[in-house]
Ligand binder design. Structure first.
Ligand SMILES: [Zn+2]
Length: 730
């Protein structure tokens, strides 16, 4: 993991060097990449006007309104937030509607985690002892649970298994410890929580308890809430344990929209549903269980921040775990707004954020919803001034993201054919603001656009550009374990620095767009010290004290979100950069080759040859795009054909039959890792076959990568041909 991060940092340096050199002349002349000179002037005015629209006062009101009651997906409170968002879009003058799907959700009826030996201590302790605004005590705050855990009733000895990844069980085996029939106690961090249950299930464990160690997001990091932003003793991380690495969305309708009459799997046949009872606990509840474990002392790296030596067990702690879960098909509500494009209505730029939260969700997701609403209002104002976007802009407020990216996935599956034809890009913002550190993940062809837009927006604290601050301060964000994907996926390891754009793994709504639909995607946010993820403490009060006290970063987030959309919706030539993609693929391939260099049966020659062609075409295309953009002398037909090809490149990277064993994931280059869940595995087909030491399959999957690159090259060449026109084509 660290090696990979370092390599990506090197790639970034190269990219930045190339990007800066190429971007300077355009900026000096007032030009914008992708815009013909005459239209660049208008775009500048449009962007300036848009940037003035979002205000801190309005952001504060939106966050206040949307955090006023708990709003878990599928509940009446969630429906009220859908109506609020709908009303805001309509007040802004946008055409908007609520789109309903019916999906399987689980809600807790009873959660019991009783320590029965060596001492009796009933649990869990309810969350939320501190309530300055009286709201944390709301009876509608859902008790802490892991959604999609089955019901169960087990009494068993406990084994501590660190983060619960496969290597941890190997270490346990070396210590002579078998977890079959035991309840495993694991800590949050390192991988998606569903992976912990998935691995424990395969080890024959009877149940799983996942606790938040104060080393990861509690007092070891800083003062706990309410004194500081970190997780307090009774804070629990709720969250889904759906096996999302198989497919995202409703567990009963893989690959198709969960409409009323959709064909549904029986629950027993749904491969993404976990089979062993799992529940999250606070460190307050984990302490007596862990403290009473006998057996060997846990390895050094397994020790956390609780004030005693961790042992692995089994014994003497024995726990009675009883879960009663209510599984039911329930309605969920996406809110969709659409601004039709004036000249290219069939080219779609899509922005999205989820709306459902585990409790109040001030950071996750409301801090992204406020910018989405601000963008809607800003575009509404521009419309009133007579503006019409060139391309169609769609705003999506997704539901049930927390359960498994469900609202976005069902919508993507519902519109698969149209998206395949029309989607230009998907721009995601989940937890939009938890602090002041800008972070981004994207397909490599959009990295440069993110940096360009970050140049245009001011960092509220310093008045310098977000890009400048991002490049200078990026390294200050630690790679945190208990910190959610939005920070985790975009933060930098200590040794890297600068404005690095990460790879997209999973953990938010870009997954169905990119990894199922082949739609170029990006994810942006401002992160910071944030230990109250998925707890009752992620509240308006937390946001006002720690996350964004002045709501100025909410404004900056809206400006970035909106400008990204405007560059894509208004460009004469879409501002993708495939030379960046080529560089990233080059780095990825070298990294993979280094990993597999002991294995002569996997031959990289063909892939290198294909990548060389892709790189050459990408460079030629970049030069031709810059030239065409500077001169603005293209016919409407040339422009149209070029943009069509630019849209098609990412789609060419899809493997029609999907990844081996998980056909829903179709991108040849990026998928969530089976054992990481959040972070991206690059060339997943090859790496997973190599992990099984199945070299025939690894070679076959490498051929798939090569074919995908070749398909991409052909599309790039199509774009070049349409750009240079028939007279220069000879
Ligand atoms: Zn979220």
């Amino acid at each position: 993991m660290c090696g990979l991060a370092r390599l990506q940092a090197f790639a970034w340096l190269a990219l930045l060097a190339a990007g800066v050199v190429a971007a300077l002349p355009a900026r000096e002349s007032g030009g914008i990449r992708g815009f013909f000179p005459a239209r660049a002037v208008k775009e500048r005015e449009l962007e300036k006007s848009f940037q003035q629209s979002p205000t801190p006062g309005r952001a504060r009101l939106d966050v206040w309104a949307l955090t006023s009651e708990p709003h878990v997906a599928g509940t009446p409170e969630d429906y009220r937030t859908a109506q609020f968002v709908l009303e805001q879009f309509r007040l802004a003058g946008l055409d908007a509607e609520i789109v309903e799907y019916e999906v399987l959700l689980s809600m807790p009826r009873e959660v019991k985690v009783d320590l029965v030996a060596p001492v009796a201590r009933p649990g869990p302790t309810p969350e939320g002892g501190w309530k300055p605004d009286g709201k944390l005590a709301d009876a509608r705050a859902i008790m802490a649970y892991n959604s999609y855990s089955p019901s169960g009733d087990v009494t068993a000895e406990v084994v501590y298994a660190n983060y619960g990844v496969p290597e941890d069980y190997e270490d346990l085996r070396d210590m002579g410890i078998d977890v079959a029939g035991k309840i495993v106690l694991v800590r949050y961090g390192k991988c998606f929580r569903g992976v912990k249950t998935y691995v424990a299930e395969r080890q024959g464990a009877a149940g799983v308890l996942i606790f938040s160690d104060p080393a990861d997001d509690g007092y070891r990091q800083g003062d706990p809430y309410p004194k500081g932003p970190w997780r307090p003793a009774t804070g629990v991380q709720r969250g889904s344990i759906l096996y999302l690495t198989e497919y995202a969305g409703d567990p009963l309708t893989p690959g198709v929209a969960a409409t009323k009459n959709a064909k549904r799997l029986a629950m027993k046949d749904a491969p993404t549903l976990p089979r062993i009872p799992t529940t999250p606990v606070s460190y307050d509840d984990a302490t007596p269980i862990l403290e009473n474990l006998s057996g060997p002392v846990a390895p050094n790296s397994w020790q956390g921040a609780l004030p005693f030596t961790y042992h692995v067990g089994p014994g003497t702690s024995k726990v009675h775990l009883k879960l009663d879960m209510d599984f039911r098909t329930r309605p969920i509500w996406n809110v969709m707004a659409r601004i039709p494009g004036a000249t290219h209505p069939d080219e779609w730029v899509i922005l999205g954020n989820h709306r459902d939260s585990w409790v109040y969700g001030a950071v996750d997701p409301v801090s992204g919803t406020a910018p989405l609403l601000a963008v809607g209002r800003g575009f509404g104002q521009l419309l009133k001034q007579g503006w019409r976007p060139q391309r169609t802009i769609i705003l999506g407020s997704w539901d049930a993201e927390e359960f498994g990216l469900i609202g976005s996935t069902e919508w993507v599956e519902d519109h698969a054919d149209e998206l395949s034809q029309n989607a230009v890009a998907y721009l995601n913002m989940d937890s939009g603001v938890a602090g002041s550190y800008f972070g981004a993940s994207a397909v490599p062809s959009l990295s440069r656009l993110i940096r360009e837009v970050a140049d245009e927006v001011k960092d509220p604290a310093t008045g310098r550009s977000v890009h400048t601050v991002w490049a200078a301060e990026g390294a200050k964000i630690r790679r945190g374990n208990g910190i959610p994907y939005a920070v985790l996926n975009t933060t930098l390891s200590a040794e890297s620095s600068g404005a690095r754009v990460g790879s997209l793994g999973s953990g938010s709504d870009y997954t169905p767009f990119l990894q199922h639909g082949g739609v170029p995607a990006l994810d942006v946010s401002f992160g910071g010290p944030y230990g109250v993820y998925h707890s009752i403490y992620d509240s308006f009060d937390w946001m006002q004290k720690f996350g964004d006290p002045q709501f100025t970063y909410s404004v900056a987030a809206a400006q970035i979100f909106g400008l990204l959309a405007l560059r894509l919706s208004e460009a004469d030539l879409l501002p993708f950069d495939f030379a960046d993609y080529a560089d990233a693929l080059q780095t990825h391939v070298e990294e993979l080759e280094k990993e597999l260099k002991q294995e002569p049966r996997v031959n990289f020659e063909a892939v290198h040859a294909s990548l060389a062609k892709f790189t050459e075409s990408a460079k030629t295309l970049g030069a031709e795009l810059a030239r065409a953009s500077a001169h603005g002398a293209l016919s409407a037909k040339q422009t149209e054909e070029t943009n069509r090809a630019l849209i098609d490149v990412e789609r060419a990277f899809l493997i029609e039959r999907g990844l081996p064993g998980r056909p829903w994931f179709r991108h040849a280059f990026y998928a969530p890792g089976v054992y990481t869940g959040y972070s991206a595995v690059i060339f997943p087909g090859v790496r997973e076959a190599a992990g099984r030491k199945d070299w025939t399959a690894a070679s076959r999957e490498l051929d798939q990568v090569r074919d995908a690159i070749d398909r991409g090259t052909r599309v790039l060449n199509r774009a070049i041909a349409s750009l240079i026109g028939p007279e220069r084509r000879r």
